[in-house]
Design a protein. Structure first.
Length: 388
């Protein structure tokens, strides 16, 4: 143990990073725990200073506190388009490894989907400088603006769960089918193109029954949302502490909510096809105006979790992985054009769970997918619907 402590002290000095006492204590504890886990996995073989898996240096980097005061200060000194903050309750006490586990989206997915045919130039003319789908689709503002909690670690599931909700010309009041995707994913994942087919379906995730928020009683709709919001690492008013990763629900073909009157089959909704991809800025904007938010993914670097406000641009830090989100609009802030994006890291991160990212930054423009749901007339009102 003494040798391990000495290795840690050397790595701290070599990193050149300034620590608070709390950050140092956390890193030391995380490093030792990571070393023990790695030693157990290596069946007693020694972990050298470096190697294919990073060795001690890799364990040191991954066990470091994700948010540190000195690194936030450095980010704010190095650029002026966005504000970095280490005071993010969502990641208080979290390590770099913890956040990396949230970035499992497989990028380059849209290449598997057909590209949407180009629009007529007249359709792309006179696009507004600013747009917010919550304001444009007022009946669906609560649904579009919902910040979903990150309950799943798998990259494919994250693409589904974080996908956008399209409410074009619709009266929609429910979000109740995420769990069905969770339960059935293991059975359908072996089918060809399933990842991208499900992404296209999840773009407009809508189901009958219940309210547009996840009520504490979780009793709305055919199969209510199984995972209530919880507090990560710190006490948050109105939330129970998180208790680790939740297991996927058991697959079922009947409604879990026995008080819900329509049958399971009658409450399933269909898309027109498998969806499509977009990679032109104006085409993406036109899609959002016409059909609502789109699903997108981008590369996350170590500086992104520090985001608090402004227009994010990558400054420094290693790549953590891919992350799926939904783009709900765009605008201009201090001459910086940006996408307005809903994240899934709870409201205790960023700007109440929302962030702005510069157009073209971190590949977000090239990882956009969307789809058109089938719809029916309901009491004279169009209701977008989607099959899960």
């Amino acid at each position: 143990m003494l040798e391990l402590e000495e290795s840690f002290d050397y790595l701290i000095k070599d990193s050149g990073i300034k620590y608070t006492l709390e950050e140092l204590t956390q890193h030391r504890e995380e490093f030792i725990a990571a070393y023990r886990a790695a030693s157990k996995a290596a069946a007693g073989k020694p972990i050298i200073a470096s190697g294919p898996s990073g060795g001690l240096s890799g364990l040191f980097s991954m066990s470091r506190p994700m948010l540190m005061d000195s690194l936030a200060d450095a980010l704010n000194q190095g650029q002026k388009t966005w504000v970095a903050s280490s005071k993010q309750e969502r990641f208080k006490g979290a390590s770099v490894f913890d956040v990396k586990a949230l970035c499992g989206t497989i990028l380059n997915g849209p290449s598997k989907l057909p590209k949407k045919p180009a629009s007529e130039s007249t359709v792309l003319s006179n696009l507004p400088d600013r747009f917010d789908a919550r304001e444009h689709f007022k009946n669906c503002a609560t649904v579009i603006g919902h910040v979903s909690p990150p309950v799943v670690a798998a990259g494919l599931l994250r693409r589904l769960k974080h996908s956008a909700i399209v409410c074009a010309s619709a009266r929609v009041d429910s979000l109740t089918w995420y769990h069905f995707l969770l339960a059935t994913l293991r059975h359908v994942a072996q089918k060809k193109k399933v990842a991208f087919h499900l992404v296209a379906m999840a773009v407009n995730l809508i189901a009958h029954g219940g309210g547009s928020t996840f009520a504490p009683e979780l009793d709305s709709g055919c199969w209510p949302y199984n995972f209530p919001e919880c507090s990560h690492h710190v006490d948050t008013k109105g939330m129970e502490p998180c208790k680790g990763n939740s297991p996927s629900p058991v697959c079922s073909t009947t409604c879990r909510n026995h008080h819900f009157k329509p049958s399971f089959e009658s409450d399933r909704h269909f898309t027109e096809d498998e969806g499509y991809s977009l990679d032109e800025v104006d085409e993406i904007k036109r899609e959002i105006i016409d059909n609502g938010p789109v699903a997108a993914a981008f590369t996350v670097y170590e500086d992104f979790p520090y985001y608090k406000s402004g227009v994010y641009k990558h400054v420094n830090g290693s790549e953590l992985g891919g992350h799926a989100v939904k783009i709900i609009g765009w605008g201009i802030d201090q001459n910086e054009q940006y996408w307005l994006v809903m994240n899934s890291w709870n409201v205790n991160w960023g700007d109440q769970g929302i962030f702005k990212i510069a157009i073209g930054e971190c590949g977000i423009d090239s990882e956009v997918t969307a789809g058109i749901p089938k719809y029916e007339k309901t009491s004279g009102v169009e209701q977008s619907e989607i099959m899960l």
